[in-house]
Design a protein. Structure first.
Length: 411
């Protein structure tokens, strides 16, 4: 290996002085609408020196996270107020909450999906006390441990140096490898919080390396980032590796964004130039660029505002001003990725239009978001019963809308 265990941290924080233990009693935000389960998580967390606080709604949890900036979060995906997947997305796009490890709790098997979106862990209900305790213990150990560990695999020393420069200050211990064989040897000798590899290596491709790592049994849920800029290796197909947590990063901005996400780094520890790059990434969401959105709304002001927001994300926007016109547009433009539907319109209202969409075979699984003029009790349930995929109250919260679009249209 060219430079094993190279520590690129350029500064030591006041909580990380050599020989001094890091701060304990980390605050844990539990966002869970089941009071019994929330109480059990809180009791188990208290035994491990966490300070638990509980939110029983998604919107309440979002407000508490922004106010408290907890050290870690336990998040159910099915919540009143705001959906858990949307919350995870918002947490991971807000620099203030992004470093907090998030444990997703779900009644379905969403582990790979959750980990690929930046979650620290994913637990499937029903959950035994021993499983919960194990997950909380891993979070505690992660929070107590500094620096985080990265395996950097690239035969190009200049590109390796570029990565080291961009994460300087982030309290990251980097092990460098020039070949797949060296990387596999490193993984067999120790565990890593994240792996970053070039797509082409002297002894094979990133796909080859991933296969060997998975076969070794040492990969587990470790996120693997594949740097594709300038390489001609074939793209990796997530369907071909359903249990591997990986992401392709085509630019240095995307690379920095992914590394800080999966290592749960605090951006304030990075250099000013790296923070500027991350700000640039957040202004435009690459996963939304090129998607086709149909807005169905008779409110010209809302159409203008939403259309401007989406076009700033390089999305292609179609507009219809009634339910009937919306259905006609869908029939004429079948390659629509998502529909934003106002529910209060003359002639055919949004509820009726959504039901018509769901009765048409090719549109059965088409994502449809319902807009309502007021957030009235029962509106969300009524929208979902009509066939809407999700629901947004007017005036539209742009952060929430972009978050939901990433959840439904992202990888």
């Amino acid at each position: 290996m060219s430079t094993p265990n190279r520590n690129v941290s350029s500064q030591v924080g006041k909580d990380d002085q050599p020989g001094e233990p890091r701060r304990r009693n980390h605050q844990l935000l539990i966002i869970e609408d089941d009071p019994t389960f929330a109480r059990i998580v809180g009791e188990l967390a208290s035994r491990q020196a966490f300070r638990p606080v509980i939110a029983n709604r998604g919107d309440v949890g979002l407000a508490m996270a922004r106010q408290l900036k907890p050290d870690a979060i336990v998040l159910d995906v099915r919540l009143p107020g705001l959906d858990g997947w949307g919350l995870l997305d918002q947490f991971k796009h807000d620099p203030a909450t992004r470093p907090a490890p998030v444990v997703i709790v779900s009644g379905d098997d969403h582990r790979t999906r959750a980990l690929r979106r930046g979650a620290f862990d994913c637990l499937r209900k029903p959950i035994g006390a021993d499983v919960l305790e194990g997950s909380l213990a891993r979070i505690n150990a992660f929070l107590e441990r500094s620096p985080k560990t990265l395996l950097l695999v690239d035969s190009d020393g200049v590109r390796r140096r570029e990565v080291l420069d961009f994460i300087a200050g982030g309290r990251v211990d980097v092990t460098e490898a020039s070949t797949g064989a060296e990387a596999l040897e490193a993984l067999l000798s120790r565990s890593f919080d994240c792996i970053l590899s070039a797509s082409l290596l002297p002894d094979g491709t990133a796909r080859d390396l991933l296969g060997k790592m998975a076969k070794s049994g040492r990969l587990g849920g470790t996120p693997v980032l594949i740097r594709t800029r300038g390489d001609q290796a074939p793209a990796l197909d997530p369907k071909g590796m359903p249990d591997v947590v990986f992401r392709e990063v085509p630019s240095i901005e995307a690379l920095l964004d992914a590394v800080t996400l999966f290592l749960h780094l605090d951006e304030m520890d990075l250099t000013a130039s790296s923070r500027k790059l991350l700000e640039k990434v957040r202004k435009v969401n690459p996963e939304l660029a090129g998607k086709r959105i149909l807005i169905v709304d008779d409110d010209a002001r809302n159409v203008f505002a939403v259309k401007s927001l989406l076009e700033a994300q390089r999305m292609n926007v179609l507009v219809a001003y009634s339910g009937k016109e919306g259905l006609a547009t869908l029939a004429r433009e079948p390659a629509v990725d998502l529909v934003l539907m106002d529910v209060m319109m003359p002639e055919m209202d949004g509820y009726e239009a959504i039901r018509a969409i769901r009765q048409h075979g090719p549109w059965v699984s088409l994502p449809v978001f319902a807009f309502t003029a007021k957030a009235m009790k029962g509106d969300r349930d009524r929208c979902l019963e009509a066939g809407a995929s999700d629901y947004i109250a007017k005036p539209v919260d742009t952060t929430q809308l972009l978050s939901l679009l990433r959840v439904w249209l992202g990888p």
